[in-house]
Structures are given as C-alpha cells and as structure tokens.
Design a protein around this ligand. Sequence first.
Ligand code: KIV
Ligand code: NA
Length: 265
Amino acid sequence: TARVRVHHLQQAKERGERWAMLTAYDTSSATVFEEAGIPVMLVGDSSGNVVLGHASTVPVTVEDLLLMTRAVTRSTTRSLIVADLPFGSYEASPEQAFGTAVRMMKEGGAQAVKLEGGERVAPQIRLLHDSGIPVMAHIGFTPQSEHALGGFRVQGRGAGADRLLADAHAVQDAGAFAVVLEMVPAELAAKVTAELAIPTIGIGAGPHCDAQVLVWPDMAGLTGGRVPRFVKKYADLRGELLRAAREYADEVRNGTFPGPEHSFE
Ligand code: KIV
Ligand code: NA
C-alpha cells in the first residue's frame, strides 16, 4: 500500500471516520506505529521534553528535528510523516518559514510540516501551501509560546472562544490541510470541527475532533513524573523497562547472564 496522503485525511473527515496520530522520533517507535496502522506520525518538538531532556520545546533546533525526521522517514513507507517547525524557525517571515520547511522536506524527507499559531502565521501557511508544501496548523495552547501564555492553560475559554474560532478559520483559509487543537474546551472544539472543512486533531480538546494526537512516551507510560490530564496511559513502559534493566543488572551480578545459549563455543 502507498503512503497516506493529505487528501485521504480530507476524505476520512467527509466519511466521518476518526483517526489517530502519534509522535515518533526514531526508528523503533516509527516502525511499531506504522505496523499498528497509525496513518499520521508527527516528529514533534515535544522531543525537546521527552527525548532531549529540555524543560520545554523552546530550545529545540532545526538540526535536532531534521535528525529525527530523517530517522522516521527512512523507517516508514505508509504513514504520512509531518515534521514540526521549531520555535524561531518560521515566525519572522513567510520566507523564513519557507526555508525551514524546504529543509524538512528535502533533507528530512517529511511529507508535511506543522507550525504553531493562527492568524499571525497565516502568511507563512499561505506561502508554503502555494509552494506545494502541505501545512498542519496548531492552535489553542501552543507550547512554543508557553512563556507568553503563562504556562499550560486551557485556551479559548470565555472571550477567547471567538479568537480561537477566528484562528481556526484563518489557518484553513490560508491553506492548512489540518489543524491541531490543543487544550481547548470540548464544546468549542466540537464547534470548530463542525465549522471547518479540514480535519481537526485534538489533544486535550475532547471527543468531537476528527482525529486525536498524543505524545507517544506519554501514552505508553514511559514519561516519568506527572503527565497532563488529557493523556491516557495505554501501557506502563517505564515500569517494564525499569524491571528489565534491574533484572539484567541482577543477572550480570549473580552470573546467570550470559548463559550457554548466549555464548559461543
Ligand atoms: O510536538 C508535539 O508533539 C506536538 C503535538 C502534541 C501536537 O506538537
Ligand atoms: Na510541537
């Protein structure tokens, strides 16, 4: 089967079929998620937190994401791979966004890019779209702006609802093929989903979006410490890996590993 394309996601919305997106940063995660039939993977700057050990997505560089994007695109043939544009690599102008997006496509092998913001990045989305680069938008809570937004907070409450709706329409009108809604009240996300022709992808945005996305180490229970309320843990990989690492170390110490079956005559 050929790779998923953006028009397939549009058709899914028209047929009322929901789909799941996951982040992926390397070959092991990407190959598993493709085998699981995940149609879209995001090489997200959430890697700043979950792979690179930063406290936020702000320090993530284009080079960081290019390295991971190459790993994921090399490892997949069917899932559509979206590369995030990191903080500072697209905001200044449409031309800056174009330069970064082209690198993600040519050097990274991505089939689409994602950037954060609504009306303020509409000119960027327009130029990329007109240049043949599929763009996924991201509105609501946008982690690259956490310092301006005052931390992790639900967006679009009260008077913010009109702002969010305007942003959703602005990114669609500029040519985005889909839009991530992060930490938006469920009712508002339902309204955006009904009003827009393009798919909405929710994260902390309730059940009425056309699609959902989660950061994979969060949903697989690999992330240490607290995870946001919107995360459902589908596994306890941290517990399992901890057990495996301890057992391995014990067996080395007590001499049971390696056994004869792991050794050469
Ligand atoms: O970087 C990321 O993982 C994201 C998703 C949470 C949408 O932007
Ligand atoms: Na991101």
